[in-house]
Design a protein around this ligand. Structure first.
Ligand code: FAD
Length: 481
């Protein structure tokens, strides 16, 4: 019997699990996929927004501002790289100047004290490669960039270091109320718990429908992106947005934490039955190119290394839905967590735990909670002396597996054996970055598979690219080779 089952191992479910692991309770995180952060958390703009954008009287506005302030401490504790590079919203005409003034005023109401409206000349000094027709911009120095999947993995690892359990490949199919408790079924398994926290992303409405008729719906809204090689890394130095519209913050250009450039997203409403549609399409990517021209006409698309798409969880009402169900005791919804969900994650986790504590006033603090996650070694970033010392201790750090990103065997083995370790080729890419470079795993993919098979002691044919069914090898083509 668990005290709490968190459904969904995206950045929201894992941040909540980590916050809950500060208490003396049994926690399980249930995830339908083969890894953490395979949903929206792996495909978004990766910005920690300053918080001027969401309406000042909305929950998402308040939690964004609070969440942004928490990132330095959280990232230090969890050893997750995070940089406050600042953001700019560009205005080209009087109408857009009015919009950035409204954003500024909204930010002031939300308590942001460091926003500035700057003139075009200053913007061009900060961003010499953008179009020269900029007149003014809203500058928010506290905006930052992060790797969202690394944050979710780190949250989950730290929650597990503090006693939480993770069950992958557990797709919640049915929930029964049994007295005060819940019985949760997947196709192969069943667990019992006192409380449920529903953090199932675009499926949060379906999960709630399993216990009562849901009073909200979640519609998927797709956004597509280009990812440019590190060679394009000097294109912009800040997160550069156009003026927002009613469909969202617009198509931005930003450096990533690893020195690439991303361009996107667009905004396309899908039907409620299209929650698995994360394909990219030529039409929409051309539309992204058209939108990005508002900011910069010199984007080197010849340096594009991949494209991707993510699904926003667009809720009825437009705001985050975070509350204890009034109809089903012990069930807490954390639904409709679209942007700025990533930026709000630490604040959402605290907010949810406050709701949990209201339901459980006697829950006691875990005295030996350890907030620190062991840092992962980034071999390429070490000095020559440090590299040599490490290789002396463990020769696996002397073997480069991914030449694009200079990732060693030692880093891959570590990514497999940590709590919440990677089990798939993409899972290892998210944790240690082999395959994230220009060749996108063309060379290192087979080596990563061999290491996974060896370390997990399974046949290499069992190593998957990502989720169930994503088989890479089916058998030998030549017997006796
Ligand atoms: C295009 C785009 C751009 C964005 N940009 C930003 C940004 O720059 N900054 C920002 O702050 N926010 C941004 N966001 C929003 C942010 O990405 C999300 O708020 C955040 O990732 C939501 O995390 P989550 O954990 O709620 O959802 P998810 O990451 O989708 O996690 C939900 C999990 O639940 C699991 N699940 C679903 N059904 C079941 C089931 N039946 N049983 C078990 N598990 C289940 C899924 O497999 C998934 O892993 C963006 C979103 C999109 C789509």
């Amino acid at each position: 019997m668990y005290d709490v089952a968190v459904i969904g191992a995206g950045v929201i479910g894992t941040s909540i699990a980590r916050e809950l692991s500060k208490f003396n309770i049994n926690i399980v995180v249930l995830e339908r996929d083969n890894d953490i952060s395979t949903g929206t958390t792996k495909a978004n703009s990766a910005i920690i927004h300053a918080g001027y954008d969401a309406p000042f009287d909305s929950l998402k506005g308040t939690l964004n501002v609070r969440g942004n302030k928490m990132f330095d401490k959280v990232c230090e504790e969890l050893s997750v790289p995070f940089k406050r590079i600042g953001s700019l919203v560009i205005a080209h005409n009087d109408e857009e100047i009015k919009t950035i003034q409204e954003l500024y005023n909204n930010g002031i109401k939300l308590g942001l004290s460091n926003l500035e409206i700057i003139d075009g000349k200053k913007v061009l000094e900060m961003e010499p490669n953008i179009n020269r027709d900029v007149i003014k911009a809203l500058y928010a120095p506290s905006a930052g960039i992060i790797e969202p999947w690394e944050l979710a993995i780190a949250y989950c690892e730290n929650a597990m270091d503090n006693g939480a359990e993770l069950r992958l490949n557990f797709e919640v199919k049915n929930i029964e109320k049994k007295g005060e408790n819940f019985v949760i079924h997947s196709d192969e398994d069943v667990i019992e718990t006192k409380y449920i926290i529903n953090a199932a992303g675009v499926y949060a409405d379906s999960i709630y429908n399993m216990v009562t008729e849901s009073d909200f719906e979640i519609h998927p809204r797709k956004g597509q992106y280009f990812l440019l090689d590190k060679e394009a890394g000097e294109l912009v130095n800040h997160v550069v947005f156009p003026c927002p519209t009613k469909m969202g913050k617009g198509t931005l250009i930003t450096p990533t934490m690893d020195g690439n450039i991303i361009i996107g997203p667009d905004s396309e409403d899908l039907t409620i039955n299209e929650k698995e549609d994360t394909n990219t399409t030529n039409n929409r990517l051309n539309h992204v190119k058209d939108l990005a021209k508002q900011i910069c006409t010199n984007i080197p698309y010849n340096l594009n290394i991949t494209t991707f798409a993510g699904l926003r969880a667009e809720p009825t009402g437009g705001d985050f839905i975070i509350e204890a169900s009034k109809k089903v005791h012990g069930f807490i919804n954390v639904a409709g967590i679209k942007s700025p969900g990533l930026s709000s994650a630490p604040a959402i986790a605290e907010y949810v735990v406050d709701i949990f504590k209201e339901l459980n006033p006697d829950v006691s603090i875990k005295e030996d909670f350890n907030p620190i996650r062991r840092a992962r070694i980034k071999f390429e970033k070490l000095s020559d002396v440090e590299k040599n010392e490490l290789i002396q201790k463990n020769p696996q750090y002397g073997r480069i597996i991914c030449r694009c990103e200079m990732i060693t065997e030692g880093e891959i083995v570590d990514a497999i054996h940590r709590n919440a370790g990677g089990r798939t080729v993409n899972g290892i890419k998210r944790r240690a970055r082999p395959g994230a470079g220009r060749c996108q795993g063309g060379f290192c993919g087979p080596r990563v598979m061999e290491i996974l098979a060896r370390e997990l002691n399974v046949p290499i044919e069992d190593i998957l690219q990502e989720n169930k069914g994503s088989v890479i090898l089916t058998g030998q083509t030549k017997v006796g080779c």
